[in-house]
Design a protein around this ligand. Structure first.
Ligand SMILES: Nc1ncnc2c1ncn2[C@@H]1O[C@H](COP(=O)(O)OP(=O)(O)OP(=O)(O)O)[C@@H](O)[C@H]1O
Ligand SMILES: [Mg+2]
Length: 359
């Protein structure tokens, strides 16, 4: 295979840096990362193009003198006018070209996606298992309390009625929460079929518009050529609704715009535990222009019971994450004030329908 083909197929940003720390070559992923073309990059000092939160010059010097690879993990790297992104960085000497070094960047977003989804799955399991048991136990006495309050209210003056109404209303809220917890345990394995993802997004939008999202503006940016995906339609609908509801909550009473976007990207692959790979080319993004995810909870939003809202239970995204990982898909999030993007990556439906597989 031609070296040029390999270079341009590298799925992570790669820069070839010459002996005077100028960029000799940048692959297409690197062009995307700094948002400049190879022509504009070639010959310019690498420190002008990449702002790295680590002593890069001494790192280069070590690689050049030791002729060995250096790994720097979790550094903030920004290119062009973009916000810094956490990356793992690899700096390698180039065989046969003294002074040259190869810089590979692996944005943590990609590195973390897989790990995050599967770890959520297990921690969600244990926390939810416990909560589920409690939920079951609490629902009965709660029904008793509600009933007693309603009986009491029959002989009360209007001032005291407010109090029994409060008991009933708050008990209902607890029951709703408990039911949400129980939903986790009841979640059956996905019943997967070939599904047009745009139909599901339409259904989610329609039901949101008549409910929580009445004051929101929706925009659709669909790739009409997108092939069908292979999912449990009801479960995926729940995922879309939870993400839309979160966007609505983030926007607050003044509303905002929710963009539903789909596109095809063949470069994403899921590496399964057994080492086999599966392509996840269908990309679905739910994008809002709200204030963004609060930085103090951003790393944990997929964990159960993590919420940034007064009345939030913190189960919405934990459920989303569980459903997506049951489907062997990916979910990732990228949030800045004014632009929060939840991206779901899913497989394509198998060509032959299941009932034609056996002869
Ligand atoms: N689009 C978004 N914009 C800003 N913050 C968000 C967004 N989506 C989620 N969050 C943050 O992540 C938190 C967790 O979301 P999650 O859906 O898991 O729980 P919740 O919305 O608080 O409660 P619920 O169980 O009712 O969904 C939210 O409370 C919010 O702080
Ligand atoms: Mg939510």
């Amino acid at each position: 295979m031609l070296p040029e083909t390999l270079w341009s197929s590298l799925p992570v940003p790669a820069f070839l840096v010459d002996g005077s720390d100028c960029i000799a070559q940048a692959n297409p992923a690197a062009e995307g990362f700094v948002n400049l073309s190879q022509r504009a990059l070639a010959g310019s000092p690498v420190f002008d193009r990449l702002a790295v939160d680590a002593p890069l010059d001494s790192a280069f010097a070590r690689v050049r003198s030791d002729q060995s690879v250096l790994f720097i993990n979790n550094v903030d790297v920004s290119g062009g006018d973009r916000a810094p992104q956490q990356c793992n960085m690899q700096i390698a000497p180039v065989a046969g070209v003294p002074g040259h070094v190869l810089v590979l960047l692996e944005p943590r977003e990609i590195a973390d996606r897989l790990g995050r989804v599967s770890s959520v799955k297990s921690s969600a399991r244990s926390a939810i298992g416990m909560a589920e048991m409690l939920a079951h136990e609490i629902k009965n006495p709660l029904a008793g309390i509600t009933g007693a309050a309603q009986l009491l209210s029959m002989n009360l003056s209007s001032g005291d009625l407010e109090l029994t109404d409060l008991i009933v209303a708050e008990s209902r809220r607890i029951v709703a929460l408990l039911e949400q917890v129980e939903q986790f345990g009841n979640l059956a394995p996905p019943n997967r079929r070939a599904v047009n993802v745009h139909d599901l997004l339409d259904r989610a939008r329609k039901s949101a518009v008549v409910g929580v999202a009445a004051h929101m503006t929706f925009a659709e940016d669909f790739d009409p050529s997108l092939p069908q995906t292979y999912v449990d339609a009801d479960q995926l609908l729940q995922v879309f609704l939870n993400l839309i509801t979160n966007a609505v909550n983030a926007a607050g009473p003044q509303g905002g715009t929710i963009r539903l976007r789909t596109f095809y990207d063949l470069s994403l692959r899921l590496r399964r535990r057994d080492g086999s790979g599966a392509a996840l080319p269908l990309q679905i993004e739910i994008i809002d222009d709200g204030p963004g995810i609060a930085p103090d909870i951003a790393a944990d939003i997929f964990e159960p019971f993590v919420s940034g809202r007064d009345n939030g239970t913190g189960l919405g995204l934990a459920l989303v994450s569980k459903i997506i990982s049951d489907h062997e898909g990916w979910i990732s999030v990228d949030s800045t004030p004014g632009n929060t993007v939840f991206r779901i990556s899913l497989p394509v439906a198998p060509r032959a329908p299941a009932n034609q597989e056996s002869p």
